[in-house]
Design a protein around this ligand. Sequence first.
Ligand code: ASP
Length: 582
Amino acid sequence: MYRSHTCGELRESDIDQEVTLAGWVQKTRDKGFVVWVDLRDRYGITQLIFDEERTSQELLEQGRTLGREFVIQVKGLVIERTSKNSNIPTGGIEVLVKELRLLNSSKTPPFTIEDQTDGGEDLRMKYRYLDIRRNPVKENLIFRSKVTMEVRKYLSKEGFIEVETPYLIKSTPEGARDFVVPSRMNEGQFYALPQSPQTFKQLLMVGGMDKYFQIVKCFRDEDLRADRQPEFTQIDCEMAFVEQDDILNAFEGLTRHLLKEIKGVETTKFPRMTFDEAMAKYGNDKPDIRFGMEFGELNAIAQHKDFTIFNTAELVVGIAVPGGASYTRKEIDALVDWVRRPQVGAKGMVYVKCNEDGTFKSSVDKFYDQDDLAKWAQATGAKTGDLICVLSGNADQTRGQLSALRMEMAERLGLRKKDIFAPLWILDFPLLELDEETGRYHAMHHPFTSPKPGQMGLLETEPGKVKANAYDLVLNGNEIGGGSIRIHDKEIQSTMFRHLGFTPEEAKAQFGFLMDAFQFGAPPHGGIAFGLDRLVAILGGQETIRDFIAFPKNNSGRDVMIDAPAPIDDAQLKELNLKLDL
Ligand code: ASP
């Protein structure tokens, strides 16, 4: 038996017990006649004491030689500590060592295995197994396990069946590049790794599975924007014989369950907002509604004077920053510089201070009088003491810029509180999105998404205006899930492919299997997928998903620990019938 207890377990009630512990040496303190060792395992830290009087000189000497991260087993007696440590649960006791066995030695670790480590990100990733010994990383992995357990518990209770789908498949259209795997047995042919199990879960519905879920790895070969991973995990779900409302209710239930079980947060019915409304109010399809600062459109009240910049703008729109009227000239200039940074891209910013005495002071006093500015205040919901920030220009760009400013101001004002959870559904996304470069439309969600009832006709005339039966679940400014009601009719699916620019031959080659299946009684169906990594990070109150992934990739898609990707040798290339031409 390696251990009778863990290193997090012993208390004063265990005093006088003989115990066996095993773990890692966190640190040793040598006082000459006595040596203390902090012994660590997953469960905590227990202090060991080697003492020349009560144990033996020889044992004390052995204790003295223990280095950081040595793996040891000790047998000893639980005794009361003379100076107790109330910061740790085992702080009332220590173990007087009677026997010591070295299970393994360790090189000096490249960084300290402490909550606050001296190791930088790269070093910690290279030695991720040491990083995982640290509390913050360990706790995150345990937290993730708890979340996935709750997901399985909830969905199983609701009658969902977990089905695994294959990883070696063919292209799935989630809008990213595929990772491909050469087939040795089928010369010159390749599998693609799933960008999601989309087509398989739809086929499971045709197969009558009715309620499916899977906690599943997905692979997307994208340029890694901030906080993305080329392989990530989804809670992937699909249901048959459902309408949009059924899906929203089912997965609102799951989300509510997680918030309650994991965070102890009770939520009422999640608000629902259309895509158009979200864009108009927040300039963003994943609005953070933990705070207000809703957009106020000013076109009608700001485009009647001689201010050319506004008069020629497609959109004039502002937000009221709480308490911002007290900003100094310098602070406001800094804010103007902030919106002009290339990352935000605004040309400039007009501001209005809503003074305590009820008057207004603006950067455009030359053009607008107090009555005009009072109307702006009304439109943006500004109160005395606030600062109205106004941007103008092309509608889409201006919305994006003001949304960035809104988030920045909320951050500065401490309004993005980690312990507040504000979920909402965004509905009625556009079906298609125009690719500016190619001038072609592509599916905003994916090509299996059904248009809103009665909108098929619009596809021919104004494709950009067609709305989809597609929805996202947003939590604190992050999209945590997205899905749609699917097309389940072969003809409609063919029409959709045609609008997306597929020739009938291409559609057949890529998705013939799905169209075939639709000829055999495909039930109406729909689903959703949650990004598990992000969901866990948000529930855990942290920013980066990497912190919740045991072995993440870096920003260039590399695993620096195992050093992948890596070249393969010529024999392997030959076997795969591959020739490199670099
Ligand atoms: N497959 C979709 C995605 O990965 C989710 C869905 O439509 O269910 O975003």
